[in-house]
Ligand binder design. Structure first.
Ligand SMILES: [Zn+2]
Length: 133
């Protein structure tokens, strides 16, 4: 099997609900996401997919939706305060862990018909979470 991986960098904020560690407070990350695509056979150009295509599809969506945004759980009681302060946010159903954000990006890439094998989100230079099926 062939695989290609494109890295995308973005900045995001979040906080975790029902968590006793310091990530219960609002804070941010310089995240790095790795989008890994696979193919059993290469296309007529000898590629899994053009790196530029991954960028056009996934990076544009990340830039529009997640970059410099607060990614929060839909149940977060801070939402009315952010609303009042005219701050932007992106809501998800789960606690916005690196695992949940990996799955969010994976699901988007799949919805765009990219043959994704795995998405890895590096939350810090030493820690990443991944999602694959
Ligand atoms: Zn964090």
């Amino acid at each position: 099997m062939y695989k290609v991986t494109r890295e995308i960098h973005f900045c995001y904020g979040h906080r975790l609900l029902n968590y006793s560690g310091k990530c219960r407070h609002l804070h941010g990350h310089n995240g790095k996401v790795e989008i890994e695509l696979y193919a059993e056979k290469l296309n007529e150009l000898g590629m899994v997919r053009d790196f530029e295509e991954i960028k056009q599809v996934v990076q544009v969506w990340i830039d529009d939706n997640l970059d410099h945004n607060m990614i929060l759980c839909r149940r977060d009681p801070l939402i009315p305060a952010l609303e009042a302060g005219k701050e932007r946010y992106y809501l998800i159903d789960e606690n916005p862990t690196a695992e949940a954000i990996s799955k969010l990006i994976y699901d988007y890439a799949i919805s765009q018909k990219l043959p994704v094998s795995e998405v890895r989100l590096w939350e810090t230079p030493k820690s990443f979470a991944s999602y694959s099926e």
